[in-house]
Design a protein around this ligand. Structure first.
Ligand SMILES: [Zn+2]
Length: 242
C-alpha cells in the first residue's frame, strides 16, 4: 500500500457504517480530498477529537482503490474552543463550507489553506468574529481573482479621492463608482470611504500583520451587504451566514 503525508483541516465529516467517518479534508499539499477514518466514531477511537470538523492535523494517508484511508494523525490544533460558542461555531462552519464550495478536488491552494488556518486561529484567540469573517471574505475575493477595483472609478477610470466621506460601490461593474458616474447608474451601494480603505488594507496586509489592522464595528456592518452582493455576482457560492 502506498502512503502520502500532508497537513489538513477537516472541512466536513459524515458518519459511515457503524463506527467510521468519511472526512472532507482541505490539505496543504493536495487541496481538497476525501478519506475514511476507521473507528473514528467510537469513544475509544485512537483519533479522539482529531477527526471532528475544524481540526488541523499532520496526516499519513494510504491510497485506496475507492477511498483513501487515514492511517496516522498528529494534532496541530483541534480548534476545540470553536465548538464551545455558537457564534464561533457558526463563523468557523461558514468558512469551512465556503472553502469546500470554492475548492476543487486535489488542486493545491496554499494561500487558501493558510487563510483558513489563520482565520480559525484568530477566532480561537478571541478576535472579533465579524472582523475575522470579513477578513476571510475579502482575502478570498483576492485569492479567487474577483477582488473589486477600489482605487479608481470602474466607469470613467478616474482616481477616487481619499478625502471624501462616502462613495458608491457597484458589484455588477466590480468596484467603486465616482459621484459623477453614480448619478447615471442604478444598483450602487453607498458606503463610507473607511470601508473601502479597510478592504484595501486587509488585501495588502501580510498574514503576520492581521492583528495590526484597526477597524470600527460600524464599518464592518457596512461592508457586510457589499461583500454579499459582490460574492453573489462573482462567485458560485451560497454566501448566507448570520
Ligand atoms: Zn466615474
Amino acid at each position: 500500500m502506498s502512503y502520502y503525508k500532508t497537513k489538513g483541516i477537516n472541512l466536513k465529516s459524515l458518519p459511515y457504517g457503524e463506527s467510521n467517518k468519511i472526512l472532507t479534508i482541505f490539505t496543504f499539499d493536495f487541496g481538497k480530498i476525501s478519506a475514511i477514518a476507521k473507528g473514528a466514531r467510537k469513544t475509544t477511537s485512537k483519533f479522539g477529537v482529531r477527526m471532528d470538523s475544524f481540526a488541523c492535523n499532520d496526516l499519513m494517508i494510504a491510497h485506496g482503490s475507492s477511498l483513501d484511508l487515514i492511517s496516522q494523525c498528529e494534532t496541530i490544533d483541534t480548534f476545540y474552543e470553536l465548538r464551545s460558542n455558537l457564534i464561533l461555531l457558526e463563523k468557523a462552519g461558514y468558512m469551512c463550507r465556503i472553502v469546500n464550495e470554492v475548492s476543487t478536488n486535489k488542486i493545491k491552494n496554499e494561500k487558501l489553506f493558510d487563510l483558513l488556518f489563520s482565520c480559525l486561529s484568530m477566532l480561537k484567540n478571541g478576535v472579533n468574529p465579524e472582523f475575522v469573517a470579513a477578513l476571510f471574505d475579502i482575502r478570498l475575493m483576492d485569492i479567487e481573482g474577483v477582488f473589486p477595483t477600489l482605487d479608481r472609478c470602474v466607469k470613467c477610470h478616474k482616481t477616487v479621492p481619499g478625502n471624501i466621506r462616502n462613495i458608491r460601490f457597484n458589484s455588477d461593474f466590480g468596484g467603486v463608482v465616482c459621484f459623477n458616474c453614480s448619478v447615471k447608474e442604478n444598483g450602487n451601494i453607498k458606503i463610507h470611504i473607511d470601508a473601502v480603505k479597510l478592504m484595501a488594507e486587509i488585501r495588502n496586509k501580510e498574514e503576520d500583520g492581521f492583528s495590526d489592522i484597526m477597524f470600527r464595528e460600524d464599518v464592518l456592518l457596512e461592508l457586510k451587504p457589499l461583500i454579499k452582493d459582490h460574492f453573489e455576482r462573482h462567485l458560485p457560492i451560497n454566501y448566507e451566514h448570520s
